[in-house]
Write a protein that binds this ligand. Structure first.
Ligand code: ZN
Length: 370
C-alpha cells in the first residue's frame, strides 16, 4: 500500500511523512476516527513507507524488496493483531485470510472481516494469548528493516486481560519498534493505554476525494459519484454500499453477467432477446451500461494480471470478477475494449441499438472462444 492509493486525508499523510523524514517516529501511535475513513489503509502505507529502502520525499517506492514484501503483507518485520472469532484463536491462525482480504482492498470494514472468518453472529475478540504472541514476536531482532512494526487493528476488541498485558508492553521501551493501534472506538480503550500513545484523529474523507475515488475505482459517472459522496458523509464503505444497493447498479450487474454468460454459451437466441431489451432502455442507459461493462472487463483483466490490490469492488461483483478473470487474457482485452467503445460510439451517433448490441454480442462470442 502506497500513500498515493489512499483516498484523501492529505493532512494526515503529510504529518506521517514528516515524522519519518525528521526521524521522529513515535513508538506508539493511535489512529482513530469513524469507520470508513481509511485508518487501516493509512497504517499500511505508513509502515511500508517507514521500511522502504528507496523512498521518495512523499511515498514509498513500491518496487524495492521491502515494498514488494509489504505489498504481499509478508514482510518479516511487519506484524498484525486483529479481532478473531473466539478467545482460543489467534490472529496468526487467520493470517492467510487476512492477507487475501487486505490485498483485495485495504479498505476493510469490521463486518466484512468477521463475515470472512466466522459464521453467524460471532463477536470479534482479541484475547490474552494474543498479547503473549506480541511479546514473542517482538523479542526477535529485526530481520530486514530498521524497525519492527506491529499494527493492531481494533484494539477496543481486546478483553481486559489482553488490554492489561498490552499496557505492560507499551510501558516498556522497545527499541526500533513501532506500535500502530487502529481504532474505531478509542473511548473503549483503557485511559492508561491512551495516555501512552500519540493520537492521530482521522476526520471523514473530504467529499471531493471520495467522489474522485468512486469515479476512478468504480467507474461511476461524476455527477452520480458526487451525489453518493455527499450521502456517505466521508465514509468510503457507506459510499460503496450506497452504490451497490442502487437500482441502476443492480440492473447493470444483472445484465452484464447475463450477457457474458450467454456469449460464453454461444446462446444467440437469448442474445437476441437481451439486445432487444437493451434497445428498449434509452440511449443514456445504454451508454451507462457500456461504461459499466468496460469497468467489469478492466477489473477482470487487472485480476487476471494479478494486480489484486487495484481491484476495489463490492462483494457480489467481486465474486463474479473472480470467476470471470481467467477468461480476460491480455490477448483479448484490447479487442474487447474496442468492441465496447465502438458500440458506445455508434449509440452516441444514433445507430440502431438492437443491431449494435447484437453485433457486439457476436464479436464477444468470438473473442471469448478465441
Ligand atoms: Zn520501497
Amino acid at each position: 500500500m502506497q500513500f498515493k492509493n489512499i483516498i484523501g486525508q492529505e493532512a494526515i499523510k503529510e504529518r506521517l511523512i514528516r515524522s519519518v523524514r525528521e526521524k521522529r517516529i513515535p513508538h506508539a501511535q493511535l489512529f482513530h476516527g469513524p469507520e470508513g475513513t481509511g485508518k487501516l489503509a493509512m497504517a499500511l502505507a505508513y509502515a511500508q513507507f517507514i521500511s522502504c529502502t528507496q523512498r521518495t520525499e512523499t511515498d514509498s517506492c513500491g518496487v524495492c524488496p521491502s515494498c514488494i514484501k509489504y505489498q504481499k503483507l509478508a514482510h518479516p518485520d511487519l506484524h498484525f493483531v486483529f479481532p478473531v472469532a473466539g478467545s482460543s484463536e489467534r490472529s496468526e491462525d487467520h493470517l492467510p485470510t487476512w492477507r487475501t482480504r487486505l490485498m483485495q482492498s485495504p479498505y476493510l470494514s469490521y463486518n466484512e472481516w468477521l463475515s470472512s472468518i466466522a459464521s453467524e453472529n460471532k463477536q470479534g475478540i482479541i484475547g490474552k494469548t494474543e498479547s503473549e504472541e506480541i511479546i514473542r514476536k517482538l523479542a526477535f531482532k529485526t530481520f530486514e528493516s530498521d524497525y519492527k512494526i506491529l499494527i493492531m487493528w481494533l484494539p477496543e476488541k481486546m478483553n481486559s486481560v489482553a488490554a492489561n498485558k498490552l499496557l505492560k508492553i507499551l510501558e516498556e521501551p522497545w527499541e526500533f519498534t513501532v506500535f500502530l493501534l487502529v481504532s474505531n472506538q478509542p473511548n473503549f480503550l483503557l485511559s492508561t493505554i491512551l495516555s501512552r500513545t500519540q493520537a492521530l484523529s482521522f476526520p471523514p474523507i473530504a467529499e471531493q476525494a471520495l467522489s474522485l475515488a468512486l469515479t476512478t475505482n468504480l467507474s461511476i459517472e461524476k455527477n452520480r459519484a458526487d451525489e453518493l459522496a455527499k450521502l456517505a458523509q466521508g465514509n468510503y464503505f457507506q459510499a460503496i454500499q450506497g452504490w451497490q444497493s442502487s437500482e441502476e447498479n443492480k440492473l447493470h450487474f444483472e445484465r452484464f453477467t447475463q450477457w457474458m454468460r450467454l456469449a460464453y454459451q454461444k446462446n444467440v437466441i437469448e442474445l437476441h432477446r437481451i439486445s432487444e431489451e437493451l434497445a428498449g432502455a434509452g440511449r443514456e442507459a445504454q451508454k451507462q451500461f457500456l461504461v459499466y461493462a468496460l469497468k467489469m472487463i478492466r477489473q477482470s483483466f487487472m485480476l487476471n494480471q494479478q494486480q489484486k490490490e487495484l481491484v476495489y469492488l463490492p462483494k457480489e461483483e467481486r465474486t463474479f470478477v473472480d470467476r470471470f478473470a481467467p477468461f480476460i487474457k491480455s490477448t483479448i482485452v484490447a479487442p474487447l475494449y474496442e468492441e465496447l467503445n465502438k458500440a458506445s460510439y455508434h449509440i452516441e451517433r444514433n445507430g440502431n441499438p438492437k443491431i449494435i448490441f447484437l453485433d457486439t454480442s457476436l464479436r464477444i462470442i468470438q473473442l471469448l472462444h478465441s
